[in-house]
Design a binder for this molecule. Structure first.
Ligand SMILES: [Zn+2]
Length: 486
């Protein structure tokens, strides 16, 4: 058989294609472009190089659609009571304490730690919702995107793809006085914000160019923070900019009941109804959280999401940590609204935990099981009944995340990014699973330590559960935590 000198055949015991695990298959990737060439029968792949992945199953890389990387520094530091009833708003004060002090180099170290942990868990691309812009006293840096670039550099040094979603943050709140601790976030007028967002978009496009051959590794998007932090006119301006440049646009929506009430007071309409009627919702729009509705307006809110093709990003490990509430994912699944997943505050970084939590939270609240399982019967081309719920949740962690951040990833087929991870089949958390129940075992039970290899663009980023720079990243982060908190 003629061999192709620049192709590699990856040969796991089991390969996830079309939602099913199959044996005796090779994933063929192009070393030069970092793209998938084909899924071929093992031994008939025509690749010059073979990488045998014995005892492993191979799955498409996951996409973490909502991250605030620097918040990794407050993990473990907010799990105590600060008021009679501790809420999101008291947690936020702890977060501001860190946000107001970090230097550019410390932001790089914190982000690298978060991205390393993502990579070790099988995440190959991230949507970073980045709102730290200015120096600690609120003065813009000489390069107003210095901190955005630090975070991008951290992702590239770890080896995962990144959509830097540059956040617009104009004010403390609708009719609340300015909060001194938000001074690093604030760009009060849309003109300033848009100038800087355009600069970042151009800078990233020239530093990380992409062409027909290469999959892009770092790019920009925009993110009006929330109805609380950005005026209606400002949101419209940012959305117009995103539409002109075809950029992803993310926004926190209805994380807290107070935000829904705020929006009703400001606009007379519920959040998604206002966004939909202003033409801001589209398949490039991701509404992060979307937990709370005014019950009388819920049906209209769902319709606006459904009709626009917009995506919801749920962040269950953070939402449970902050006491935000439960994402009504059953409503979204029933309406065919895509749900992506994010680790958000990084109370924990394990995207499969977010995937399973999406379902398990609903079980607790509805006293019922398999709430998000598809109701239609499956045919031979579909995952087995036993794994059909897991397949839906895994789609949230992969395909829907990729759509949300604008990554060419999430599924292993010709011309897509060669982004994937493997799991050790003899790991105690999934041992004994067969082809039909393996995906359910992975989604509902895999411990992150079972992730063995992680490949981005055809290159090994994690090998046998280790990242090449792991010790250095952990040591730097440990030193950062000592200096920050002692
Ligand atoms: Zn967030």
């Amino acid at each position: 058989l003629p061999t192709n000198a620049q192709q590699t055949a990856w040969l796991p015991d089991l390969l996830l294609v079309g939602g099913c695990f199959r044996s005796d298959l090779a994933l063929v990737t192009d070393d030069a472009t970092g793209r998938v060439v084909s899924v071929a029968r093992a031994g008939e792949d025509g690749a010059a190089r073979a990488v045998r992945l014995a005892g492993r199953a191979l799955l498409p890389g996951m996409v973490n659609a909502h991250s605030h990387a620097f918040q990794r520094v407050i993990r473990g530091r907010t799990e105590f009571r600060t008021a009679a009833r501790d809420t999101f708003w008291t947690w936020r004060e702890q977060m501001y304490s860190a946000a107001s002090r970090l230097t550019p180099e410390q932001i790089y170290d914190a982000a690298r730690m978060a991205f390393l942990e993502m990579a070790l868990g099988g995440v190959t691309a991230v949507g970073e919702f980045h709102y730290l812009h200015h120096d600690t006293d609120g003065t813009p840096y000489d390069d107003p995107n210095l901190l955005s670039k630090q975070v991008v550099r951290a992702a590239r040094d770890v080896g995962i793809r990144i959509a830097l979603l540059r956040v617009a943050y104009a004010r403390s709140g609708f009719d609340t006085p300015p909060n001194e601790r938000q001074r690093r976030f604030i760009e009060p007028d849309p003109e300033t914000y848009l100038r800087r967002a355009e600069l970042l978009t151009n800078n990233l496009a020239s530093e990380y160019p992409c062409d027909d051959d290469h999959v892009r590794v770092a790019w920009a998007g925009v993110a009006p923070h929330s109805f609380r932090a950005v005026s209606l006119d400002y949101i419209i301006r940012v959305s117009d900019f995103a539409n002109r440049h075809s950029l992803p646009i993310h926004m926190h929506v209805a994380e807290q009941p107070a935000e829904v009430e705020d929006c009703l007071r400001q606009t007379g309409r519920a959040p998604l109804t206002w966004l939909g009627s202003e033409g801001i919702l589209s398949p490039r729009f991701t509404a992060v959280h979307v937990i709370h509705f005014d019950p009388r307006l819920q049906a209209g809110e769902i319709n606006h999401l459904k009709n626009s093709g917009a995506i919801v990003c749920a962040c269950p490990t953070t939402e449970r940590n902050l006491g935000d509430g439960i994402v009504p994912a059953d409503l979204y699944f029933d309406a065919s609204i895509p749900v992506a997943l994010g680790t958000d505050s990084h109370a924990q970084i394990d995207l499969l935990e977010d995937a399973r939590e999406l379902e398990l939270n609903l079980r607790l609240s509805k006293l019922s099981r398999a709430v998000l399982a598809p109701t239609e019967t499956t045919d031979n081309q579909q995952p087995s009944q036993i794994s059909s719920l897991a397949a839906r949740l895994f789609e949230s962690a992969t395909v829907n995340g990729a759509s949300s951040v604008g990554a060419e990833a999430g599924v292993l087929e010709a011309n897509r990014a060669a982004d994937f991870f493997t799991v050790a089949l003899d790991d105690p958390s999934i041992a004994g699973a067969g082809e039909d129940d393996l995906l359910a075992a992975i989604v509902f039970s895999l411990t992150r330590a079972a992730v063995s290899d992680v490949v981005v663009g055809g290159r090994l980023v994690v090998e046998n559960g280790r990242h090449a720079a792991q010790d250095e990243i952990v040591a730097r982060f440990t030193a950062l935590q000592r200096s920050l908190w002692s």
